[in-house]
Design a binder for this molecule. Sequence first.
Ligand SMILES: [Zn+2]
Length: 335
Amino acid sequence: MSADLSSAFKAFFRKDAAYPKFKTKHRSKKSFRIPQKGKVDVNNSRIYVQGIGWVKAVIHRKPIGKLKNITVTVNPSGTVYASCLFDDGLEAPVPELPEKPKVIGIDLNLERLAVCSDGREYENPRTLKQYEKRLRHLQKLLSKKKKGSENWKKFKTEIAVLHEKIANIRKDSIHKMTKKIVCDSQAEVIVIEDLNVSGMVKNHKLSKHIQDASFFEIRRQLEYKSLFYGKTLMTADRFFASSRTCHICGWHNAELTLSDREWECKVCHTRQDRDRNAALNLESFGLKALAGDAGEVKPLEMPTVDGRAAMHLRSMASVNEEKDHGYSMEAFRLA
Ligand SMILES: [Zn+2]
């Protein structure tokens, strides 16, 4: 952290100055990290940030372990968060992979969030749709305002706040879901489709953005939670036609469109729920990859499972402190 930035934040928290300006033009989150000398005071709901002092914070739960560092982040809406990294000192569990592991396939999509091959479904909260509707409405209004005007700025801020709210709701439901998938499903191996599977969403800017962000978040959480609980996460090749392939007989439905939620296999006449079928295909993809006989299937239905299977993928966890077992990340909103 530069000394300048620290004093700017100091002034900001003393309320003598506006929020410090950053030189970057990107709309990314602004943050700085403080390596040590931080304290989290749960009883008095405050955090000690070196160079700033005690700052009021919303502490939603008692952290476990030793505080390693604090990263202060400011969202576009102006909300300030302190992400505190704690070390509980425990060793990472060695992943257990029995001879016949239980494999679960998960089909991710925007509408239903996730459909699993074991029959479980995870839905987005209902409130999300309402907020998204409001967001689209505000964006429409913003486009009619003069850029840079007071009104424009007002809408811009309101949109930023709403974006954050939506992101938080999404993140929360994704957290609950990934925890259930990793812990409650009893599966040792979890199979998802690779990131950038965008063929199933309409090419609408907003939905595309949300989907990408959600998929990234789901994958990120599954990666570090799998690591945490000793599970194996696998991803299927992005060209793997999980929705189009009948999971019973392997017939390829080339005519399947985005709006087809259900379809009937022309060969075995099984009635398929689009998402459930995809999840079941991902499960068998995982089973085949583990057995090492993926070469026996045709490339279209089942692309080659190269060296990217199971264990290898695990080590490719996203660059995030959370992935190291023994560490937990708590983000507290600063008041
Ligand atoms: Zn079939």
